[in-house]
Design a protein around this ligand. Structure first.
Ligand SMILES: NC(=O)c1ccc[n+]([C@@H]2O[C@H](COP(=O)([O-])OP(=O)(O)OC[C@H]3O[C@@H](n4cnc5c(N)ncnc54)[C@H](OP(=O)(O)O)[C@@H]3O)[C@@H](O)[C@H]2O)c1
Length: 216
């Protein structure tokens, strides 16, 4: 399975501003780029925080059918009234949704969501090693990791993500509470994932990088 990630980041590695997490740091061109990259994916995955900021169906610009929507949560704080859940049942077949958590979801909680939602208990620790065989078994060919930084960290720690589409945006945010591209305990320099440029394009003042990720 190919695993790609797509982010927009500031020059200081932030992916949003804590002052207003819904403010986009990229331009409309970057949004179009995100939707274009998403066309490659038959599954998209994000963390609970990212989901709560953009809780609608994630679909590429050219996709007739939405990819499998995967959300990672520990607290099950995913509003059942979110557009993803209410609109997913309106298409035929429904937009597939998978919710992954360390603990099994209580039955009373599951009852608040559409019946076609699938639930995966990945156990404690990094959930990526449990998620990947589950997706392989479903025949997923390209998984797109859409963030945020906590989730990107889990995929890097598991040495799972192979490519990064990164839009470098020409601003500096600098807040210590701003979400960052990778958020975790950090890597030692010798063990840090490294990138290799596959493609680089300027569009206005934004730099669109397609990077291969190598793990020492
Ligand atoms: N510029 C960009 O390209 C871009 C891309 C994506 C996101 N963003 C922004 O980044 C911010 C969010 O990033 P973030 O790093 O704070 O959060 P995040 O990575 O989106 O999500 C973290 C959440 O993931 C869940 N999670 C973490 N570890 C887990 C585990 N082991 N098993 C299951 N679930 C787990 C938890 O959800 P619960 O809280 O539900 O328990 C946790 O709060 C948002 O403001 C978003 O808008 C920007």
């Amino acid at each position: 399975m190919r695993i790609i990630a797509c982010f927009a980041a500031t020059l200081d590695g932030k992916i949003g501003s804590a002052h207003n997490l819904r403010d986009r740091i990229g331009t409309r061109d970057d949004l179009a780029h995100l939707l274009n990259v998403r066309n490659q994916a038959d599954a998209v995955l994000c963390g609970g925080e990212t989901f709560r900021q953009h809780a609608s169906i994630r679909k590429g610009s050219q996709q007739a059918v939405a990819p499998l929507q995967i959300i990672l949560t520990q607290r099950f704080n995913l509003p059942p009234e979110a557009s993803l859940f209410t609109k997913s049942s309106q298409s035929n077949p429904p937009v597939p949704i998978l919710i992954v958590s360390p603990q099994p979801a209580p039955e009373a909680l599951k009852a608040q969501y559409p019946t076609h939602v699938e639930w995966l208990c990945a156990g404690e620790g990094n959930p990526v090693p449990a998620i990947l065989p589950y997706l392989e078994q479903k025949g997923i060919q390209t998984l797109m990791v859409e963030g945020g930084g906590h989730i990107m960290n889990l995929f890097l720690q598991a040495k799972a993500v192979q490519e990064l589409y990164l839009t470098v945006c020409p601003l500096l945010l600098g807040g210590k509470d701003d979400p960052a591209l990778v958020t975790g305990t950090g890597f030692w320099v010798a063990e840090a994932p490294r990138t290799e440029v596959l493609k680089a394009d300027w569009l206005g003042q934004e730099l669109y990088l397609h990077l291969k990720i190598n793990y020492p």
